[in-house]
Design a protein around this ligand. Structure first.
Ligand SMILES: NC(=O)c1ccc[n+]([C@@H]2O[C@H](COP(=O)([O-])OP(=O)(O)OC[C@H]3O[C@@H](n4cnc5c(N)ncnc54)[C@H](O)[C@@H]3O)[C@@H](O)[C@H]2O)c1
Ligand SMILES: [Zn+2]
Length: 400
């Protein structure tokens, strides 16, 4: 018997740029980026815009058209941008993948063309997935417009949509051609979307960077007041940590561990249980509160640090508890449906269940099982902690 072992290495590299008002004619970032790609000019470029962004920035589509036509030696104008429903609907409607593929087809885009997506994490996940399967991969540029997408989801290598009631069941690992974070988009975010992305920054701080955690604590008031400079710093540091992590360990997640997904096993389940009425970042805040509490009651984390984490989440306006945490499964063991999130999390990666917990702020530790009774206890503690804070806030408001 003979065999041949095939082996090759592929290097991936992409820039993450930070700018403001990307589509003003005098901002040459996008034109420069594309003019250096060694492809025949002008290149076809298709824009896909999140409907929430299009509504909040009614001038955007026209501005893009003006920009592309101005730099006509670099870009070939194909058609007006496509508007895609913003939010999780984008990932729950499989017809949208087909819609994007049809557009790639009738506009005649090729692997040297560009599909540029402008939007929140959900629209970017959908558009990135469509770009990764059209012609087995056309160039994809992400322009994230939420805090969460700028500091986490938009800068990584994962794309995908939901299926069979499970988050990100269909998807691909395909690095983007480039990412451009334009802070001007953040000015129109709803309060909850401004806040939601801060959860991912707290996440990465808790497992990797105690200094970043201290920074967020010290800047909580500025963040609550929507101070853009503080948010820009936070996004930059958080994006850098995510990028560093992706490059240093298992970028395509072939192992069983997903260290950056602290708090996410419960978060993904909660998003589904709440019918996606809760934002990803809001669910992550609850998931982190849960796993931090579990870390505390299993003796891994000191009480003082446990309280610091919960208090910071509350200070920033996150909830620590929702009744969905206790939704019964109505099956033979009648345990809360939430617990099924553990097995679903394991199944998504394959191999052994691996959950990140905290042994101190800034440092995570992985475990391979969780005790469901202690988890239920952690849920009860969160309910109490959350209610206590709501009562205090109501008392303060009544006296002010
Ligand atoms: N690919 C990854 O690695 C990765 C990582 C983390 C999260 N995610 C995914 O990201 C998604 C969450 O993304 P998100 O938090 O950005 O929320 P989102 O995409 O659901 O958007 C939230 C809302 O904000 C609106 N919006 C977006 N930008 C706006 C702007 N500038 N002004 C006004 N409104 C705006 C949208 O229309 C939507 O209604 C989830 O599906 C999550 O699974 C992916
Ligand atoms: Zn996340």
């Amino acid at each position: 018997m003979e065999s041949i072992r095939q082996k090759f290495t592929v290097e991936f590299s992409y820039p993450v740029h930070f700018t403001e008002r990307l589509f003003e004619i005098q901002n040459t970032l996008l034109a420069d980026l594309i003019s250096h790609d060694n492809s025949p000019a002008p290149r076809k470029i298709l824009f896909v815009i999140d409907s929430g962004v299009a509504e909040a920035h009614p001038e955007l589509a026209k501005q893009i058209e003006k920009y592309i036509k101005h730099y006509h030696l670099i870009f070939k104008w194909c058609d007006a941008p496509l508007i895609i429903p913003g939010g999780e609907d984008a990932k729950n409607e499989p017809d949208l993948v087909e819609y994007l593929l049809e557009a790639v087809d009738w506009m005649g885009l090729c692997r040297h063309s560009y599909l540029v997506a402008i939007g929140g994490g959900a629209v970017l996940d959908l558009a990135g997935f469509a770009a990764s399967i059209a012609h087995r991969g056309i160039r994809h540029i992400r322009i994230p417009t939420t805090v969460l997408a700028q500091n986490d989801s938009g800068v990584g290598v994962k794309n995908g949509i939901n299926a069979f009631g499970k988050k990100n069941f269909i998807g691909s690992f395909t690095p983007p051609y480039a990412v451009i974070n334009d802070s001007h988009f953040l000015t129109t975010l709803e309060k909850r979307d401004w806040r939601a992305g801060i959860a991912e920054a707290i996440k990465v701080a808790l497992i990797k960077d105690a200094d970043l955690f201290r920074f967020i604590r010290s800047q909580a008031a500025q963040l609550n007041n929507r101070d853009m400079k503080t948010m820009q710093q936070l996004i930059y540091r958080c994006a850098a940590l995510h990028l560093q992590h992706i490059a240093s360990r298992d970028p395509f997640e072939s192992g069983s561990s997903r260290p950056l997904d602290f708090g996410h096993w419960a978060a993904h389940k909660l998003e589904h249980l709440t019918n996606y009425t809760i934002r990803h970042g809001e669910a992550v805040a609850i998931g982190m509160a849960l796993d931090t509490t579990y870390s505390y009651i299993t003796g891994m984390l000191a009480k003082e640090e446990w309280e610091q984490v919960l208090d910071l989440l509350l200070d920033l306006g996150f909830s620590l508890y929702t009744t969905d945490l206790e939704q019964p499964a109505h099956d033979e063991d009648n345990s809360p449906t939430l617990m099924k999130g553990l097995e679903e999390f394991r199944e998504h990666l394959g191999g052994r269940l691996t959950i990140m917990l905290l042994d101190r702020i800034g440092h995570g530790t992985e475990v391979n099982q969780m005790n469901t009774e202690l988890l239920a206890e952690a849920v009860r503690m969160l309910k109490y902690y959350n209610a206590k804070s709501v009562t205090i806030a109501e008392t303060v408001n009544a006296h002010s």
